[in-house]
Write a protein that binds this ligand. Sequence first.
Ligand code: ADP
Length: 606
Amino acid sequence: MSHFLLDPRKSTATLRWLVFGLIVAAIAIASLFAAGEFGRSRAIAGTQSRAEDAGTLALAILRGELEKQRALPVILARDPDVRQALTGGSRHGLDLKLEAIAREARTAVIYLLGPDGVAIAASNWNEPTSFVGSDYSFRDYFRGAVATGGAEQFALGTVSQRPGLYITRRIEEAGQSLGVIVVKVEFDRVEADWRALGGQSYVVDQRGVVLLATIEDWRFRVEAPLDQATAAAIRDSLQFGAAPLTLLPLRRQGELVQGASPLTGRYVQMRQPVPTTDWALEVLLPVDAAITEGRSQAQALVALVLMPGTALAAFALRRRQHNLARREADARAKAELEERVAERTAELAGANQRLVAEMAKRTRAQERLSNLREELAKANRLATLGQITAGVAHEVNQPLAALRTYAENARAFLKRSDPTEADAALVRIVSLTDRIGAITEALRGFARRGKGQPMPVPVATVLEGALTLLEGPLRQAGVTPLMTAPPEPVLVTARPIELEQVLVNLLRNAIEALLEGGDGRQPALAITVTPRGDRVEITIADRGPGLSEEALAQLFTPFSTTKPKGLGLGLVISQDMITSFGGTLTATSRPGEGASFVINLERAAA
Ligand code: ADP
C-alpha cells in the first residue's frame, strides 16, 4: 500500500488520470449545459412557430364567426317584415321569423328595438328570458346605432347573464330612425374550437379585459391592473356586470409566461390583433415538455458524441501512459542490465586479478620447488660426496698401507737377494696401484659430469649405443636381452653420454649377476621402455640371484659392493646422474628372483 503511494511513477499516473477525469467532467458539464440551452431555445422557437400557426387558425375561426354574424343585421335592416313591424305590422310574425333565422344562423338572440330602445320583437319571445318589452335604451350598442347607424359592443346580458357581442344596425326611413335591429353573438362554439387547437386562447379588448377565453374563469379578468377611473367606468356601465376584474393567473418570465395556480407550467405566448375590431387574440402553448425533450435530445446527442470522444481520449491517454511505463521499464531493465554487466565485469576483473595473483604465486611456488629440488640435489650430492670422500680415505688408505708393506717386503727380499719374492711383492704393488687408479678414475667421472643442460634424447638411440658397448660381455655370458618399446620414438630429457653410461652400468651389473647364477628362466635380461603420461620408465630386469633386503638398503651407498673387485660406486654415480636430469633411479628385488632397476625420466617432445 505504502509502496503504491510512495512510487512516484504510479502517483504521476494517478495524477494524470485525475486531471483527465476533471477535464472530461468539465467538458461534459459545459457541453451538456450548452446542449441543454441549445435544446431549450430550439424547443421554444419550435413552440413559438406552432403557437403562431395555432394563433392564425384561432383567428380564422373567430373572424369566420364574426363576419357571418355581422351580415345578419345588415340584411335584417332591409327586411320588409322588420320595417312593417316598426310601422305597425305584425310583431309576432317577426318573432317567429327572427326565431327561425337565429336557429338557422346559430345566433344567440336577434331582437328589434323600437325608437325608444324597447324591444318589440325577439327570437327568444318564447323563452322565460324573453327580451320583448325590455328597455335597452341605456346600452351603448343602441345609442351607438342611433347615432352612427351601427355599433358593436361586447357585454354581459342583463337578463340572460350570458356574455356576448351585440351587433346593431339602425333602420331608417327618409332620414328618420325607425328602430334598431340587434344580433347577440355568443362564442361558445368558437371557444370550443379553440380548445381543440391545444393550449389556451383568449381575446382582450383595448383595455386588456378578457372577453373570450378557452378557460371560462378567465372571462372579464385583466391582463394588467386597470387604473381606477377605467375600472370605475366599466363597473358603472354594467358592461361586464359585477365582474371583479381580477388579474389573469399569468406571469411574464423572460420570453415565456409562467402559469399561476390553477394553471401550471410555462407557456409560449403569441399575440395578434383581430382585424375589424379593437381586440387582440392571445394564444398560449405549453412549452415545458418540449423544452425537456429538446434538452434531453440535444444532451443525448452531445453525450453520444462525447462518450466515444472520451473513450478515445482515455484510450489515447492509456496508450500514452502504457508507452511511458514501457519506456521506463525498458530504461530500468537496461540500467539493471548495465549494472549487472558492470558488476559481472568487476567480478571477472577481480577473478582475473586473483587468477594472475594465483599464477604468480604458483610460478613462485614452482620456482621455489625447483630451487628446493636443486638445493636437495645439491645437498644429496654433497652428502654423497661426503660419503665418497670418507670412503675414499678408507679405500685408498688400505691399499696404501698394503703398498707400503709390499714395498718394504720387496726391499727386504732385494736385500736378501731373493728376486722371485721381490718380484711377487712388486706385482702386488702394481695391482694395488691399479685399484687406486680405478677408484680415482671413477671419482673423476663423478666430478667431470654435469656439464651442459639436459636435452631431448631418443631412448632407442642411447640404448643401442649401450648395447653396442656391451656386445662382448653379452656374448660371453650368452645373454640376449629382450627389448620392449613403443613403435614411435620416445624421447626423454637427459644428457645422452651420461644416460648411456648409466645404462651401461646397469646392464653390466645385470650381466655380472647372471654370471653369478640365474634361475634359468627366460628371458634372462629384459629391457622395457614404458611412457607413462609425461614420464618415461626404462626398466632393466634380470633373472639373476637378486638382492637381500640388507643389500637393497645399502645399494646406493658408496663403496658398498659384493664383488671382490667391485668399487661400489657405479650405482651411486648412476643415481646422481639421473637425479641431475630431474629423474629417479630405484631398485626392487627379491632374493632368488632377480633384480629390477627403474629409470624414471621426464618425457621430452620430439
Ligand atoms: P660394483 O658393481 O662395483 O659392486 P655397483 O654400485 O655397481 O658397484 O653395485 C653395488 C652392488 O650392488 C654390487 O656389488 C652387487 O652386490 C649389487 N648389485 C648391483 N646390481 C645387481 C644385480 N643386477 N643383481 C644383484 N646384485 C646387484
